[in-house]
Design a protein around this ligand. Sequence first.
Ligand SMILES: [Zn+2]
Length: 282
Amino acid sequence: MLRFEFDDVRLTVLPTGSLRLDGGAMFGVVPKPLWEREHKADDRNRILLAMNVLLVEDGDRKILIDTGAGEKWDAKERDIFALETSPAEDWLKPAGLTPPDIDMVVCSHLHFDHAGGNTVRKNGSDAVAAFPNAVYVMQQGELELARSGNERTRASYMAENYEPLLSDKQVRLVNGDTALTRCIRLRLAPGHTPHMQVPLVRAGGGTFAYLADLVPTASHVRAPYIMGYDLEPLATLATKKALLAEAARNDWRLVFEHDPVLPVGRLVEEKGRLKAAAVEPE
Ligand SMILES: [Zn+2]
């Protein structure tokens, strides 16, 4: 757990577990001899990825950004993705909270490794909200894409991660850039999906950007490191270059959702290129 305390707000990066995905798919056109310097593949060519979520405590408000992969997995799926997950009760514990304490959940997008923890099955029941008192915030376009899946997009979405919330009227749909709370702005970040969003959190006079799958690990700061999973890779390139330039200009703190060793970084220049350097709480 990494915690950043400021006068106005407290930010905590919580690891919810890990999974393994195909290394080639994670780095797109980048050849394996290059990406393997930083990410060792296992005997099934998979690399280890974290699922780091961000807790924002703003006065009485307790806001969670993404929820990890959750627990609704059978043995075969757990094996395919080498899923290591635990219930939200467990990964919230270091922050001194329980799921009913959360009053808002922001979904960067609805892929299973980001929104799987949105819902739980209790004693074999149908899936219900994992955070019963929370409003779940998602982009309308992202929800529409999830619901109208095609052969290329379908594998990443699972209806039980969002449909049970919709029927309970627990969802707030937003369209594009949105001022969400006193300290959180949502920035549309098209590429990985057309309506993925990056939450920007004002804290201590600076900005923390939760980059989700725009820049899933610190390695992906490099411009051509774009996932094969991305639906619009050239949009990813444009979004990433613009956002990272803004981040460098303003010395933002960057949260890398999938990075198992560098969860929070800032950009530094090395040989004329940007790279991420780890940031620790002061
Ligand atoms: Zn994704």
